[in-house]
Design a protein around this ligand. Sequence first.
Ligand code: GDP
Length: 320
Amino acid sequence: MTPHTRVFVAGGNTLYGHALTTLLRAEGFESLVGVGTAEPDLTDAAATDAFFAQERPECVFLCAGRSGGIGLNRAAPVELMRDNLLTTLNVLASAHRHGTAKLLYLASSCAYPKHAAQPLQVESLGTGPMEPTSEAYSTAKFAGWKLCDAYRREYGCRFVTGFPANAFGPHDDFTPEGGHVIPALLRRAHDAKSRGDAELVVWGTGAPRREFVYSRDLARACLFVARNYEGEAPINLGGGTDLSIADVAHAVAEVVGFKGRLVFDTTKPDGAPLKALDSAPLLDMGWRPESDFRAALNETYHWFLHHRATEGRTHARRAV
Ligand code: GDP
């Protein structure tokens, strides 16, 4: 990849997409295509293909497709699955047809079996049932990986799949209903503090553990993989911080300055008990995360304060 490589971040409005576009600009990439409103509707095959025919991106980061937290996965499995299947089908077909030289598809750690050995190794993919609360979305992500693999085998396409850990950062979905745990809790802790509430309700038991990666680190990992990895096997994109949900809730309360009590609502689902990736293959290649969890949380909260804190809940349907 050179500064002149034509790069398309498919799903530029997502958490990953924003982080990648920012990083690519900072790294001097001058030929980003499909940025902002120039991105076509990727669920529309004809529009996607016309875009690829015109722009001919040489490198594609495929982060498109709606995603959300446990609440959105339970409320809108059809929309999540359809959106991810359609965008993946369309982008891969057009990338193949118009000669994209390298593509990195971002799958999801949700696609691992619920009870796979931890930390999760790519060899475990497909060896057991997935977590039921996010099965529709995860099945679409799993299918995306398999489709990349099929293009690679049948047509020799350099389509690589990455499985990211739970990411967070600016431009995330901060709605209580749709967001993942970090943005949703930041928003609810902020609102609770503003109202002077005595309690902040945290969903579930607080016991589940997740590996969290800052979106800026994830973007760096994606660029590193696009530059350095050609393998057939998918690659985990982690190396972040492994924390319980209770730890996260306490960190959020501190960063926001919420002084009340945390109450765990065990009528809400816990989801997978543990999700941490084995990122040894990535780390062995020399990549390292740079962000401190607490500092990243603080940065994310400040981004929220400047961009979203005064908004209502109209972002519930925003792709993240
Ligand atoms: P997951 O990693 O796919 O399970 O997705 P989430 O990020 O939505 O949830 C992670 C964990 O955080 C689950 O155990 C949730 O029950 C818990 N959690 C606690 N409070 C919240 C909240 O306000 N929103 C969300 N989405 N999850 C929460």
